[in-house]
Design a protein around this ligand. Structure first.
Ligand SMILES: [Zn+2]
Ligand SMILES: [Zn+2]
Length: 182
């Protein structure tokens, strides 16, 4: 599944809701990118980096694992949320988090259209992480997925069959790392 290109959405939102203030000579004042697969706890963030050669780097990062499976309006709503942070920072020059300027702009945008809703907290479902380990019984071929390695687990089926249900080290499960397909 391909990721939505962010730049066209950024330009449209900038035109419709920020009076073109987040662009100079058609160049965004904030960099945009999709995260790698690890940003799972938050749908996106805006950050202002340190000054390098007199220039402050600003960027918006959207969560690939959280948003890639959701409809376009989830991307729009998240990007717009982060653009409000950028607008408060760059245009107003105020540091306030989800303060009064942020909230006023958010409500204005929400009441001006029906395509998406910006909220203070992103409320998207967090997908379950893929199980990381595959435990295998060498004796009978039994396989089961585990989130983490639990040492000392033996195959129940083999222990019951050969050792009257008592744990036996001959049937310890062997762990194999599963390479995530996400
Ligand atoms: Zn925020
Ligand atoms: Zn077994």
């Amino acid at each position: 599944m391909t990721l939505l290109p962010l730049l066209p959405i950024f330009h449209r939102l900038n035109r419709e809701h920020f009076a073109e203030t987040l662009v100079i000579a058609s160049k965004p004042l904030v960099a945009l990118r999709w995260s790698d697969g690890r940003l799972r706890k938050t749908a996106g963030f805006y950050r202002r980096g340190p000054k390098v050669l007199g220039k402050t780097k600003r960027e918006i990062v959207l969560s690939k694992p959280l948003l890639r499976l959701l409809p376009t309006n989830a991307v729009e709503s998240t990007l717009c949320h982060e653009m409000i942070h950028a607008w408060v920072d760059i245009v107003l020059g105020i540091e306030e988090g989800h303060g009064p300027n942020f909230l006023r702009r958010m409500h204005e945008i929400n009441s001006s259209q029906n395509e998406f809703t910006v909220s203070v907290r992103h409320r998207f479902p967090v997908p379950k992480e893929a199980p990381k380990w595959l435990a295998v019984c060498r004796s009978c071929g039994f396989r089961v997925h585990y989130r983490r390695r639990v040492p000392g687990i033996a195959c129940r089926r083999c222990c019951e069959e050969y050792h009257e249900g008592c744990w036996n080290s001959n049937f310890l499960l062997e762990y194999q790392l599963v390479v995530s397909e996400i």
